[in-house]
Design a protein around this ligand. Structure first.
Ligand SMILES: [Mg+2]
Length: 224
């Protein structure tokens, strides 16, 4: 008996393309301008200071901007960069420059499951702040009321069984009563080791033989 659902975002509720082709390029394109315009704000000042600290150097605003862009190009997940991307996305969502993508079948079924009394949680490698922003600004309105909690990699890596145990403990539901949804087999394997039930969202690729997990092309094919 499933009591709650823990879902991944990228490739599961939402398209990979939205994150890769909309969110990240938007943050890069707007980074310099955003920092220059908001440098008087405490949060931005702190990010600039933290950027220098990260490389043990004293950087002015323009040098910090160059460093932050360099990290993006090197695909470094550095805290000041992640914080800044969160602020830039927040501004982008608020200005209506883009909406958080979510597949129609995901919205429909998440709503249905919530109405049936299941609790819904998010576990994604994007920061909790970024997760909330995405679900707060979708074509279907603010979906954050659907979710009872959000987890990012602060709870542990997505391919480590311990992370799933931590989440189960945190929400106080036995792992056997949790269903984890993801598009990545290693994550599903880790959740299964922790005792979760699993469903593999295979939206674009072909179904795999001997997957060891229920495979579905849409949330419509998950029956609880
Ligand atoms: Mg994913």
């Amino acid at each position: 008996m499933i009591k709650a659902i823990v879902t991944d975002i990228e490739g599961t509720t939402s398209s990979l393309a939205f994150v890769k082709e909309v969110l990240f390029p938007y943050a890069r394109a707007n980074l310099a301008d955003y920092v220059r315009r908001n440098i008087a704000q405490e949060q931005v000042k702190k990010i600039v200071a933290a950027t220098g600290q990260e490389i043990n150097a004293e950087l002015d605003t323009e040098q910090s901007i160059s460093q932050l862009i360099q990290w993006i190009d090197e695909d470094k997940k550095v805290t000041p960069l992640k914080s800044l991307q969160g602020l830039i996305w927040e501004a982008g969502y608020q200005q209506g420059d883009f909406k958080g993508h979510i597949y129609p079948d995901a919205v429909e079924n998440l709503k249905k499951w919530k109405a049936k009394g299941l609790d819904l949680y998010v576990y994604s490698s994007g920061s909790v702040q970024a997760q909330k922003l995405l679900f707060a600004h979708t074509d279907y309105g603010d979906l954050t009321p659907l979710f009872s909690g959000y987890f990012d990699t602060l709870i542990g890596g997505k391919k480590e069984p311990q992370s799933y145990s931590n989440i189960a403990k945190n929400i106080d539901i036995p792992p056997e009563q949790l269903l984890f949804l993801s598009d990545i087999k290693d994550e599903l394997d880790a959740a299964k080791v922790a005792g979760y039930q699993t469903a593999w969202l295979v939206r674009e690729d072909a179904l795999q033989a001997k997957a060891g997990h229920l495979q579905v092309s849409s949330f419509d094919h998950i029956t609880l």
